[in-house]
Design a protein around this ligand. Structure first.
Ligand code: SF4
Length: 86
């Protein structure tokens, strides 16, 4: 499992990431987001064989706005769509 996160403060809409991994999309703000279940998220956890794609997108980002980290298998495979918890 791994988590992809986008630092939206760093992202400048260059979109080098989109061609590396089609989970990255341009959102209404003109910045990158991760498409999960037809919604745009800034962070999402996946359990699939596409980590290399995500890492390729991270490597391609000229602003280092993308991070790919190990996700805790014990935690829920939550897709954090940024719905702020109270
Ligand atoms: S490549 Fe980086 S700066 Fe460009 S849109 Fe993707 S995350 Fe943003």
């Amino acid at each position: 499992m791994y988590t992809i996160s986008i630092d939206r403060d760093a992202c400048d809409g260059v979109f080098a990431c989109l061609v590396r991994d089609d989970r990255f999309v341009e959102d209404a703000d003109g910045l990158a987001a991760i498409e999960v279940d037809d919604a745009a998220a800034v962070s999402a956890t996946f359990d699939d064989d596409r980590r290399a794609d995500a890492e390729g997108a991270a490597a391609a980002c000229p602003l280092d706005a993308i991070t790919v980290t190990d996700a805790d298998a014990e935690s829920d495979a939550v897709t954090d769509a940024g719905e702020g918890q109270p």
